[in-house]
Design a binder for this molecule. Structure first.
Ligand code: SAM
Length: 451
């Protein structure tokens, strides 16, 4: 790879020679290992129940972070399809840990494809809500699929400009993440196109765009709330320089911490992150169940599922079905308006009103034991089910939540002698079993018997 001359000059002007030389050397070396973050259980929990399927080493710097062995395809483990883990670059995975836990309202302003949103969902307090925003509708769709697979329950998806969000919400968020579009110098090793696209002019364009996004983001942070800024680029202008400009024009914020993750010092491709806090005051009050609100019940939805969902959200009749909408955001954005301004106002639980069918999204947010009837499938049935095939089963009639190793995979409907597959057609993609490379972990897969 040939690094752009302008990039080398910029870095050597901005950093001491020992940094710039080590950076240039590391950029000419091999890309870092394949990294993912476990979401639905810890790597230790997974290893103690299903040790044969995945080969990984833990990343001690990231809770739930693991490196897969070389050549490993993330899609080889079916756990990928139920959000057991999400592939995320190692240094990018360190950013969200700068925030405290137990946040009530969190906004991810530049969210696609969604790795940091999934991590942010684990920072929410009981009943808290994550608003994930992605400006580009095509990328918002990918974001939606990733959050659905991860089973993030209290989520609302938007696809707006930062200034538009500012006028919709105002300063209500306990934390806002700006994982900014940047010149991507940290992607040089992974993606040769970023090397071709890099120029000083492009850095300047990024600086201006980040400045605009940050200035709108500032108006979304509640008093006492956090603004977390990050990029995957190295130059000072988009990082420390950007933060200095921001603090000079926003005296209501102060810096809490700043990290530089160089690819020659930590595993991964490199990242920058800075945590700021709005001075004074307090975070928004903790979530309280809305006792006085008369909960709308949802026809056909089993009562145990309603009891599980209703403490932290309401069922709303919307343009294309019934939605689960988190209480935490409702008082700031009524559902009638959310329908108009959101890409997805919560979780759709019924497909349509005319011919109601439980959605795939619903099947993925319910932990094992909530849906009244579950079907725990064996390794042999797993691949067929993920491909969308019907299974030969003889159960009582009705909809079953299909689980593999206690991970929800979707719904199936028992009709005489078979289970109809309810995974939507667009999501029925999986490496055919016969195409899987002959790897020890995959061979063992066919020998194991599940309950
Ligand atoms: C670095 S990526 C975000 C990665 C993401 N946080 C994750 O962890 O998967 C930046 C995102 O910001 C989006 N974006 C670009 N311009 C934007 C703008 N003006 N406002 C908000 N988002 C923007 C890009 O489409 C891109 O998806």
């Amino acid at each position: 790879m040939r690094l752009p001359e302008g990039f080398k000059e910029l870095i050597s002007e901005q950093f001491p020679s020992e940094i710039s030389e080590q950076l240039m050397d590391s950029l000419m070396s091999k890309v870092s290992g394949r990294h993912a973050v476990f979401h639905k259980m810890t790597p230790d929990e997974w290893m103690s129940s299903v040790p044969h399927l995945l080969e990984f080493t833990k990343n001690p710097r990231v809770a739930g972070g693991v490196f897969f062995s070389e050549g490993y395809m993330f899609s080889h483990c079916p756990g990928y399809y139920s959000g057991l883990y999400y592939p995320q670059e190692a240094s990018a995975s360190e950013v969200v840990s700068l925030l405290p836990d137990n946040l009530n309202l969190v906004l991810d302003l530049c969210a696609a494809p969604g790795g940091k949103s999934i991590q942010l969902s684990q920072k929410l307090s009981f009943g808290g809500c994550l608003i994930s925003n992605e400006l580009l509708p095509k990328r918002a769709k990918i974001l939606s699929q990733n959050l659905e697979r991860a089973g993030v329950q209290h989520r609302v998806l938007m696809s707006n400009k930062a200034e538009e969000l500012n006028s919709i919400f105002g300063p209500i968020f306990d934390a806002v993440l700006v994982d900014a579009p940047c010149s991507g110098e940290g992607m040089f090793r992974k993606d040769p196109d970023t090397v071709e696209e890099w120029s000083l002019k492009q850095v300047k364009i990024c600086v201006d765009r980040q400045k605009e996004i940050l200035s709108a983001a500032a108006g979304l942070v509640a008093a006492g709330g956090y603004l977390l800024y990050s990029t995957c680029t190295f130059n000072r202008d988009e990082n420390e320089g950007q933060m200095e400009m921001f603090l000079a024009s926003h005296p209501e914020f102060q810096m809490v911490s700043m990290i530089r993750l160089w690819p020659f010092e930590v595993p991964g491709e490199g990242h920058f992150a800075c945590l700021l806090r709005r001075r004074d005051a307090f975070l928004s009050p903790a979530f309280e169940p809305q006792k006085n609100e008369k909960a709308k019940t949802c026809f056909d939805l089993p009562s145990v599922v309603q009891e599980f969902l209703l403490p932290t959200g309401s069922f709303e009749q919307g343009r294309d079905g019934f939605w689960f909408y988190p209480h935490a955001i409702k008082k700031h954005l009524p559902f009638s308006k959310a329908q108009r301004v959101c890409y997805e106002p919560g979780i759709r639980i019924f497909d349509s009103l005319s011919k109601p069918g439980f959605t795939h999204a619903l099947s993925l947010i319910l932990p094992p034991g909530v849906w009244p009837e579950a079907l725990h499938i064996s390794d042999d049935q797993l691949f067929s089910f993920l491909r969308g095939e019907t299974l030969n089963t003889d159960l009582s009639p009705g909809v079953k939540q299909v689980l593999w190793e206690n991970l929800p995979l979707g719904f199936g409907k028992q009709i005489p002698s078979r289970l109809q597959n309810m995974i939507p057609k667009g999501l029925r993609t999986f490496v055919p079993r016969t195409n899987l490379p002959a790897r020890p972990n995959v061979q063992v897969l066919s020998q194991t018997q599940n309950p």
